[in-house]
Design a protein around this ligand. Structure first.
Ligand SMILES: [Zn+2]
Length: 284
């Protein structure tokens, strides 16, 4: 119908990928590369190296009140951009594949909520979600947008704009600016310190959450990794487990991944082009 075929239609591996997904029961595991088209930078980059400052670790967040304070100041500045991010064509394609009954489940390493915003259901957030906070004293889980409202009230004059935000909601600001930020505490227990309900670097993914994902993998007919260089073990172990179980693994990622030697199908092309084409070929 249209004049020229998009280049993606001839991408290496696309036929094999479509064959695998069309057979159904595929478990999706998505990473930061799926959300870059939504304006959330993949700060590990295609080479798996950190491009900017090292992200907050659980050790620093837990033990260093000043580090925690600075985290929240940066995160406060970055939140409006995170909250405004919208799902892209890749997220929409995954939701269509799910609605077509082809997926065994959707597991994501992303904390941005964009799979759900695109209409995907029962998404397992391996690393938690930025739309919630958890109190380190009483365990109360609360809405992040409610915290933001309270922080705006407590910081009427704190308004530097960050022009870059990385995937855990961090923004770049000098320390002397950050130290002027006023943080608030948990409302359920009085003043407990708050943490975004996400798994930080150096923190362990809760065991029951991993167990749930592994059971989903064991019952699936294939693993489809989307936009992850598989640098961190929390994602890579799914590829290792699938290989042990003899479950075929497909990867769609722009650039090499740690799992390339172990995967059955690799498509190295932009996700925003590959996934809509994949959904189309699968009738989704
Ligand atoms: Zn509390």
């Amino acid at each position: 119908m249209t004049a020229a075929l998009p280049a993606v239609q001839t991408a290496d591996g696309l036929d094999e990928l479509a064959g695998l997904v069309a057979d159904g029961d595929v478990l999706v595991l998505s990473g930061a590369g799926l959300s870059t088209d939504s304006g959330i930078p993949d700060y590990r980059g295609a080479t798996g190296s950190l491009r900017r400052h090292t992200p907050m670790t659980w050790q620093t967040f837990r033990r260093d009140p000043r580090g925690r304070h600075r985290y929240w100041a940066r995160s406060y500045v970055g939140w409006p951009q995170m909250a405004a991010a919208r799902p892209n064509a890749g997220h929409s394609a995954v939701a269509r594949l799910q609605r077509a009954g082809l997926l065994a489940g959707v597991v994501t390493q992303n904390v941005d909520g964009l799979h759900q915003a695109a209409g995907a259901r029962d998404v397992v957030e391996l690393h938690g979600g930025l739309d919630r906070t958890v109190c380190l004293a009483c365990g109360d889980v609360a809405r992040r947008d409610e915290l933001h409202r309270r922080l705006r009230a407590a910081n009427p004059a704190f308004g530097p704009r960050a022009d870059e935000v990385n995937p855990d909601g961090d923004a770049e600001l000098p320390d002397e600016v950050l130290d002027g930020f006023v943080m608030v505490g948990c409302t359920a227990c009085g003043d407990g310190p708050l943490k975004p309900d996400v798994v930080f670097f150096g923190e362990t993914v809760p065991r029951d959450r991993v167990g749930t994902c592994f059971r989903m993998l064991e019952e699936s007919a294939g693993l489809l990794v989307l936009g992850s260089s598989l640098t961190v073990m929390s994602g890579y172990r799914f590829v290792l487990r699938a290989a042990e179980l003899g479950i075929p693994v497909a990867v769609v990622n722009l650039g090499p991944t740690r799992g390339d030697a172990k995967v059955d199908v690799k498509v190295d092309a932009p996700l925003g082009e590959v996934l809509p084409e994949l959904a189309r070929r699968c009738g989704a």
